[in-house]
Design a protein around this ligand. Structure first.
Ligand SMILES: NC(=O)c1ccc[n+]([C@@H]2O[C@H](COP(=O)([O-])OP(=O)(O)OC[C@H]3O[C@@H](n4cnc5c(N)ncnc54)[C@H](OP(=O)(O)O)[C@@H]3O)[C@@H](O)[C@H]2O)c1
Length: 264
């Protein structure tokens, strides 16, 4: 347990799964906590447990991140509370089925929770954190950002968005004392699967990580200063090759002349 005070970490979706482990680990690392989700009973039980174990100050905040008024309340807290030095944008949902199976309401809800809320919170944090020391923004994306064909495209698209804004924010905040990390879990055992009508046990057991391992690895990646952390990817060279291909393409993506293959 750490006795230093690193400020307060605001963790969204701390009432279960990955967010719950983040809360425990960050308290052990010396953060006070502000835990956000809809299920206040679960947040309060976790807060009592963490305070008893670590002596850290843990506050809970009930908010529905699919609701813009609630998101604005959390944004305001990030802006006004100078003790907050870390945002873990973790809350997220998945869908039962794909584009063809979901109505507009379900799709809009996913976009509100997985894209709009974390983007607005990251923006509020970015603006506020430049004036705070040792600050950071962690966005929990997914390996599906790289593999949209493997799953439903709406969820994977939301995670590609988080990866994209993390890379951009990392560049914008690099010299301003704010660290930005996108965490890309693979299949991880949590309630998100059952809530979306999916059976995680249908996957091969070797594909499924535990939440504790995932968060511990993600924090190692944070300590290493990584912008993108992919805990299940053993061969780092695969990611480096992907990044090298992206970097090679970048200077060639805007030209006055049409590429020869598109000329009539
Ligand atoms: N598990 C995986 O296989 C996996 C893989 C890749 C990425 N991820 C990502 O990891 C993150 C955490 O998911 P998890 O696996 O830990 O699932 P989880 O156990 O279902 O946790 C999701 C969390 O998000 C919160 N949440 C959902 N809707 C919300 C809303 N409208 N307002 C506020 N909070 C809301 C939930 O709290 P309340 O219900 O109490 O509001 C819960 O605390 C998500 O962003 C997910 O996309 C998970």
């Amino acid at each position: 347990m750490s006795h230093e005070n690193k400020g307060t970490a605001l963790v969204t979706g701390a009432s279960s799964g990955i967010g719950e482990v983040y809360a425990e680990r960050l308290a052990a690392r010396g953060y006070d906590l502000l835990l956000v989700a809809r299920r206040l009973d679960r947040l309060d039980a976790l807060a009592s447990k963490i305070t008893a174990a670590t002596g850290r100050r843990v506050e809970t905040l009930k908010a529905d991140l699919g609701d813009r008024t609630d998101v604005a309340r959390v944004e305001k807290r990030l802006t006004d509370d100078a003790s907050i030095t870390l945002l873990v944008n973790n809350a997220g949902i998945s869908l039962d089925g794909s584009f063809l199976d979901n109505d507009s309401e379900a799709i809009a809800k996913l976009i509100a929770i997985n894209i709009t809320a974390p983007t607005l919170l990251a923006a509020a944090a970015a603006k506020a954190f430049v004036a705070r020391t040792n600050a950071g923004i962690v966005n929990v994306a997914s390996v599906l950002a790289f593999a949209p064909e493997m799953f439903d495209g709406i969820y994977s698209g939301s995670k590609a968005h988080l990866l994209n804004i993390s890379r951009s924010l990392a560049v914008q905040l690099k010299d301003r004392g704010v660290r930005v990390q996108a965490v890309l879990p693979g299949a991880t055992r949590s309630e998100i699967w059952e809530n979306a009508g999916k059976d995680i046990d249908a996957l091969m057991p070797g594909m499924v990580m535990d939440t504790a391992d995932l968060v511990d690895a993600a924090l190692q990646g944070y300590d290493r200063g990584e912008v993108v952390t992919i805990p299940p990817l053993h061969d780092e060279g695969l990611y480096e090759a992907f990044e090298a291909a992206r970097a090679a393409m970048a200077p060639n993506l805007s030209r006055k002349d049409v590429a020869p293959r598109y000329r009539a």
